[in-house]
Design a protein around this ligand. Sequence first.
Ligand SMILES: Cc1cc2nc3c(=O)[nH]c(=O)nc-3n(C[C@H](O)[C@H](O)[C@H](O)COP(=O)(O)OP(=O)(O)OC[C@H]3O[C@@H](n4cnc5c(N)ncnc54)[C@H](O)[C@@H]3O)c2cc1C
Length: 414
Amino acid sequence: MAGAGSDFEVVVIGGGAAGVAAARRLHEASIRCLIVEARPRLGGRAWTVTDESGFKLDLGCGWLHSADRNPWVAVAQQHGATIDKTPPPWMRPAIELGFPRAEQAEFGQAMGAFFARLEAAGQGGPDTPGAAFFDPASRWNGLINAVSTHISGAEWDRVSVRDFDRYDDNGINWRIVEGFGTTIAAYAANVPAMLDCEVRGIDHSGKRLCIETRKGVILADQVIVTVSSAILASERIRFAPALPAKIEAAAGLPLGLADKLFMSLEGAEEFEKDVRLFAHTDRAGTGGYHFRPFGRPLIEAYFGGQQARELEADGERAFFDFAVSELTGVLGSNFAKRIKPLRIHCWGEDPFALGSYSYAKPGFADCRATLAEPVDDRLFFAGEACSRHDFSTAHGGWHTGVATAERVVAARRQ
Ligand SMILES: Cc1cc2nc3c(=O)[nH]c(=O)nc-3n(C[C@H](O)[C@H](O)[C@H](O)COP(=O)(O)OP(=O)(O)OC[C@H]3O[C@@H](n4cnc5c(N)ncnc54)[C@H](O)[C@@H]3O)c2cc1C
């Protein structure tokens, strides 16, 4: 039964980038709203932790993509955080060991040509997997696939060309020294939130919406659902009446997988700051090793797609063992003594994410619009997977959250 304090005008399900931005907008419009969040913290796939040296590590999103139009920049600055504008490692030359500069240039050209073919295909004709545009004669297809596991969390044979082409990125990438996760959680200050409160069902058959949670029933006039597309597709939240079109749309937008492992690095000064190393250049199953992020004595390793799935299946330690084997292959066996594992989070096994960020399956690009469509002006949907041009990002989450909150405000005024 709903009790006192469990009746709201609007309930926002999920306190990640989209949920926090939506709830903040509603709160500012003096609408009595509540964030209901399954985790004991806000931020969702944005999560900053502090390592033993006091560094803030982003286990989820770290980059402010399209930074000069990214709303989280202003939020970070309002909270007194520092924006670091060092160009990202993927836009600078990589470490030359095992990957000489001439080969890097060749790879850059091959990837540029591949992206040009994708762009041409994305704008007309049938939707196909990106892998259809590999040059079969190119030696760089493995590494181009590795890049896809970083961008989409999946190899090109799974990714829709049309959807990929709609992604809008202006190439400006900044970071927040104090952490992206910290910023998003801080933006929820003063917005009522119920943590540790998993939502299990939403009954929208009656006059008011009944939200069934781990802590009891909450009533609301309207609900904004911001859980990941993978959570929606898994049907861990039951809708009554059922919403098969919504679930189908979510299933067309699976979450790719990307996991970050942070390691401490002894004698870090030997390496340039913010520089990347690829241990293998002939396969998708290789990590991207970002040396000295922010100049810190660390390595931030990025594992995506099938490689990340296999490592998650073998447990957290497998990430470090894999990193050691790859790095010693390039830097020599003594390098193993210089690195220690600090933090990792397995996003695929995370029960409240079930992956890292959404991509569209070939033929399913228009599912983003279907997912974002409200039901009866009472059940609204937001989150990065609902964004047509900024999907898979925290600013995509922000934009869908705020746009949805505006629709709710408009619907309440009618
Ligand atoms: C390793 C990694 C690296 C990334 N790098 C970047 C990057 O550099 N830049 C960038 O912009 N983006 C990046 N992203 C993606 C970015 O983090 C996400 O796109 C964004 O945070 C998603 O926000 P959201 O609000 O849509 O979803 P979420 O953050 O997933 O929020 C949904 C919320 O719903 C909650 N929830 C789930 N189920 C329930 C339930 N049943 N009841 C109640 N609550 C529930 C979840 O706990 C979560 O808090 C990265 C992600 C990962 C994992």
